[in-house]
Design a protein around this ligand. Sequence first.
Ligand SMILES: Nc1ncnc2c1ncn2[C@@H]1O[C@H](COP(=O)(O)OP(=O)(O)OP(=O)(O)O)[C@@H](O)[C@H]1O
Length: 268
Amino acid sequence: MMDSGPRETVIRVRSLKNQFGAHVVHENLDLDVYRGEILGVVGGSGTGKSVLLRSITGLQKPKAGSIEVFGVNVLSEEESARESLEERWGVMFQDGALFSSLTVRENVEVPMRSVPGLAPAIRRDLADLKISMVGLPYSAGDKYPAELSGGMRKRAGLARALALDPEIVFLDEPTAGLDPIGAAAFDTLIRNLSRSLELTVFLVTHDLDTLYAICDRIAVLAEKKVLVTGSLEDMQKVEHPWVREYFHGPRARAASETQASRVATGEE
Ligand SMILES: Nc1ncnc2c1ncn2[C@@H]1O[C@H](COP(=O)(O)OP(=O)(O)OP(=O)(O)O)[C@@H](O)[C@H]1O
């Protein structure tokens, strides 16, 4: 992330509450996301990482609180304001969430269909551009999701998330289910796209390698809220039991060593 001058908050969550029946998932949750950063959102299973992502993107109506994206209140705005906001972000769900009956190119074209006056031929060319941006071969555009590997499907999902040139992308466990080499390649792709397109990335992950390799900042969900935010270094000092176990455990050490060797061998 470029770190020059004061940081611009692009997502501001305050006093968020989410509840399903008697089960309170979030209570008094606050979070700021800054322009251009890659924020890694971590936490134990069921702490509500996906629910947070869904709340911010308007897919889950919270019980209480406020959510502003680019200064617009996601929860109370009129439909038209919300729609124009939705053009400024893209979402990639875990399995890519592609339409199985559409080719990759047609999937990437879906969000573009809402843009008035965009001729089909231009839409097609733009979709091909997005497909190549995520490192898929040109031929992938004509394939159906079932014909692709898991890693390629994720790339296709990312291409669709990038369809409208968003300023923010939300990624829900992008490397889940990928082998380590595929996961590392996906991390590199996210980082390179984030830098070249000046994207803000909200990234839900369990993957410590991803945190070490590409995240500028980490937000830990625990005890129904964002317990702490900061750098990896900051996380080392947090005394909370889950945070200690997560960032001091053997997997964290392995991830830290992997990243150190990547830097040493110039892969970084
Ligand atoms: N639509 C829903 N109805 C009822 N409960 C829900 C719903 N969506 C989520 N929950 C519950 O909210 C809690 C948080 O779910 P969420 O999927 O956000 O967790 P998570 O932190 O992303 O977990 P994981 O790391 O396992 O993916 C869980 O207990 C889940 O069962």
